[in-house]
Design a protein around this ligand. Sequence first.
Ligand code: NAP
Length: 283
Amino acid sequence: MTASLLSGKPVADAMFKDLAPLVKKFDPKLVIIQVGDDPASESYIKQKIKSCDAVGMRHAHEHLAKDVTKEELFAVIEKLNGDADVTGFILQLPLPAHLVKDIPLFLRAIDPKKDVDGFTAYNVGKTMISKDFEHLPSATPAGIIAMLEFYGYGDVTGKEVVIVNHSNVVGKPLAVMLMNRNATVTVCHAFTKDLAGHTKRADILVSAVGKPKLITKDMVKPGAVVIDVGITRTADGLVGDVDFEAVKEIASAITPVPGGVGPLTVASLIRNTVRAKQRQLAA
Ligand code: NAP
């Protein structure tokens, strides 16, 4: 069997096509806060700006020096919270080492109505309630759900889904969103005993670790849908977690890296910004 390729671009293009008229109508504005010059962040921010331009969304970039103080960063967050013209903003992670321990405090300072990354406790909590309350969901899990829906795998009722990642940005919110859709979800991480024992049961397998070739062919159930979220920068370019060439022979569908989930994380961020503006106007 050779798996069908779940490319992210057609999904993102369809989302942008739906969003462009809403952007025109509601005129939202996204602001990206960047601290320092992390090369991966530079590349992600470029993609976000490119996608804003693709849908005609206003955007701005608050680029702060790498030695910015905690107090200065809080002041920028407060300024954006209070600026009525700013619909939503994100704090691009990672932050320089001296700010890392305060990340939960920076996220807590963001007005939940403007939290278009979906990282604040308020928006995480709403996602826990049910699918109907996923108003500003975490962008990468929302992108994965959009990917599954676009390619006809959106009905996950009763499916065994195994997620290899338990971070706050991928594994935990994705597990909740899949439970909201009645999947049977297993969440694995670095302390999981017998990882392959779990992954081999998956109808849908999601890996987001950042370890090339972590997921080998013998860890995948024949016919599974494999979503590779992991990104590792190598001399040969970006690679995912899955041994793509071998696994595509056994899976029924598989995402490439790059060009799989990545564009959908960005598209979900744009969609959250439009939704935030709609909700702000309705309040
Ligand atoms: P993270 O916080 O470092 O999470 C990594 C996860 O992998 C943790 O749950 C960790 O468990 C688990 N893990 C580590 N080694 C493992 C192993 N040997 N077996 C099983 N699980 C293991 O990073 P993240 O921010 O969630 O991102 C994860 C990956 O996804 C990265 O490669 C990142 O670049 C990528 N990513 C991609 C997108 C996209 O749009 N495509 C978006 C977000 C993230 P412990 O916590 O127990 O160590």
